[in-house]
Every structure is written in C-alpha cells, then in structure tokens.
Write a protein that binds this ligand. Structure first.
Ligand code: FEC
Length: 318
C-alpha cells in the first residue's frame, strides 16, 4: 500500500518566509508591510512545528499500517518489515507550500515504482481553497511523469467517529479546568476561506459545523458555536464570524469562560500559536474573559489511527 500524506508546510527559517509567502500568493511577491507583519508573527511564536509534526504523522502512520498487518502476530519470524496483504505500506510526505513539496513527493513515488496510491491531507474538511488545491498540485505533478500514478483520494473525514472521539477527549481535558462548565461558551474554529468559495457551493462551512455538532453531542455540551480564524490579508470578504469579534459578542452576552477548539487543524502551527494563543488570548484578556484552548491532535496515536482507517478503506475501494 502506498500513501501520500500532505499538509500546508511552513518555512524552516526566517529567510524562507518571503519565498514561502510568494508561493502562497501563487508566485506574486508579498508587499513589504505584509511580509514584515508575517515575519513578526513567526518571530513571536519562535517557530512553527508544522513540518516536524507532519513528518512525525507520516512516520507513525507508516509504522501503524505495517505493524498492524494481519500476518504479523501469527508469524513473528516472518519477513521484516511485516507485510500488509498488499505488501509493506509506504507513506510519502509532501507539503503544499514548502519542502518537501508535493511535486517532489510524487516524483519520489514514481522513482520507487509506485503506480497506485491513496492521497490524504492532514485537514479533515474539504474546501475548494484547501483540498481542491492539493488535488491540483498532485495532478500537476502527475502530468510531469513518464508514467501516471493513480491516486485514490480521501477528500474529507470531518465526521469520522475516531476523529470526533479524539477531538472530544482534548476538549474534555479543557472542560476539567473550567470553574463552571454549565455556564461556559464552547467555540469551535476553523481557518476562514473567502466568501466567494462558499457562494460557489463549497461544502466547507457545512462540514465544519458537522464536526462541531458531533463533538458537542458526544460531550453533551449545553451549547456550542462555530467561529472562523486566520482570514487572509486580502480585501475580499472572508467567512465569519471572526473569533476576535465573536469573543466581544460572548462578553456582551455575559459569558466569563470560553473554551476554544481549533477543529480545522489537527496540528499546532502558526495559526494556532499566534492567532489563538496570542491574538485571541489578548482579546479575551482585554475583555476580561477566561479563554482556554483544547490541545491539538498533532501526531498522537488516536489521530494516526483515524488516518490509518481512512487510507485502508480507500485502498480497499480502489
Ligand atoms: O505554521 C505555518 O507556518 C503554516 C500555517 C498555515 C496553515 C494554513 C492552513 C490553511 N490555510 C487555508 C486557507 C488559506 C487561504 C489563504 C491563506 C493564506 C495563508 C498565509 C499563511 C497561511 N495561510 Fe492558510 N494556513 C497557514 C498559513 N490560507 C502564512 C499567508 C498570509 C496570510 O494571509 O495570513 C489566502 C491565500 C490565497 O489567496 O491562496 C485561502 C485553509 C487551511 C486549512 C487546510 C490546510 O491545512 O491546508 C483552508 C496550517
């Protein structure tokens, strides 16, 4: 079994921020003030761990896929690495905007003789501005190969019971720290996307609501809301409500404690450590609200198990 695991990617050093940002802007250099602003955001969090987390997810996914091969426990003296019924699983990691790029991962797969693989993004919700763009990058890379690779896509998994359980566990840990869970506000966030995409029928907001609803039901929350974060620095309208404005509303409604869970991002990175832990936290402090954030899934085994189930089901479908 062959898997291409993808994520957004992040610069490894301050010098790489400009070319990284240029790639996000489809080759257009960012204006000086936007570059300065982004560089300051990275400086304030120290470093985004996104590349390390993505690599750890890939390593653990490969280990789990191989170690759980049904023949392994029966034949301890059998071949190593243990084989799945389809041969040993190989997981390749590629990122959308930095190195290893998706194109490099696809080229490495081709070099290794891979002709069929499962493709999955470490982001549970489908959007025209996320998963569809990963799909374009993969297609572009395949077009450059002498022989095609057939990719079977896991396009979204916002409602996977294992994902809901993993998020619920992290949220529960935050709830244990609340002074009065019955009177707290529960806010689920995801990266904002331009409203234009939603108007073109993007299922993204519906899927984000779907994840939130399932976690809330599982934990029997008295109420929950969805807000968006990290809207791009462009003049077009972005999907809201924005988390910072939303906190103002919660304060006006009389809340004193708020728990935020970033369900759009399994991994911790700039948008979690800056936009939530620094920016939203500062807004909350200014308003006199107590804000707690549920910790991320990162490369924890319960999330890796979800990825494993999804890629195995997709491989069997193919
Ligand atoms: O830690 C890091 O360095 C990387 C954090 C990071 C993640 C991420 C995930 C998503 N984005 C999504 C949509 C957009 C759209 C634009 C956009 C722009 C940026 C910029 C940075 C950035 N994003 Fe991001 N995103 C991350 C970081 N994102 C930096 C550029 C500066 C800024 O605008 O803040 C607008 C650009 C465009 O026109 O294309 C749209 C979505 C996700 C969640 C799915 C995923 O992880 O792929 C959706 C992580």
């Amino acid at each position: 079994m062959n898997v291409l695991l993808m994520a957004y990617g992040t610069p490894y050093s301050p010098e790489e921020i400009e070319p990284y940002y240029t790639d996000i802007r489809r080759g257009k250099k960012p204006p000086e003030e936007l570059l300065k602003e982004l560089s300051e955001r990275y400086a304030q969090i120290g470093k985004s761990p996104l590349n390390e987390i993505t690599l750890a997810q890939g390593i653990r996914l490969q280990a789990l896929l191989n170690l759980e091969a049904p023949v392994y426990p029966k034949r301890l003296l059998g071949p190593f690495p243990p084989r799945t019924p389809q041969g040993p699983a190989r997981v390749y990691v590629g990122t959308k905007h930095w190195y290893p790029l998706i194109g490099e991962a696809v080229a490495a797969m081709h070099e290794d003789g891979v002709r069929r693989a499962v493709a999955i993004v470490a982001a549970p919700h489908y959007s025209l501005r996320s998963v569809a763009e990963y799909q374009e990058k993969v297609q572009e890379a395949v077009r450059a190969l002498p022989q095609a690779i057939e990719f079977v896509w896991v396009e979204s998994y916002y409602d996977h019971p294992g994902l809901i359980a993993a998020y619920a566990r992290r949220l529960e840990e935050a709830i244990w720290r609340l002074k009065d869970p019955r009177r707290a506000a529960y806010v689920f966030t995801a990266h904002s996307i331009p409203v234009a995409a939603v108007e073109r029928g993007d299922p993204y907001p519906r899927q984000v609501e779907g994840t939130a609803e399932r976690i809330a039901r599982r934990l029997n929350l008295p109420r929950f809301q969805v807000a968006y974060q990290s809207a791009g620095r462009t003049p077009e309208p972005w999907l809201g409500p924005d988390i910072n404005e939303f906190l103002e509303r919660l304060k006006e409604e009389g809340y004193e404690e708020v728990v935020v869970q970033a369900v759009g991002f399994p991994a911790d990175h700039l948008e979690v450590f800056y936009d939530l832990d620094l920016e939203a936290q500062a807004t909350a402090e200014r308003l006199g609200l107590r804000l707690l954030r549920a910790r991320g899934l990162n490369a924890d085994l319960d999330y890796i198990q979800v990825l494993k189930e999804l890629v195995e089901a997709a491989w069997l479908r193919s």
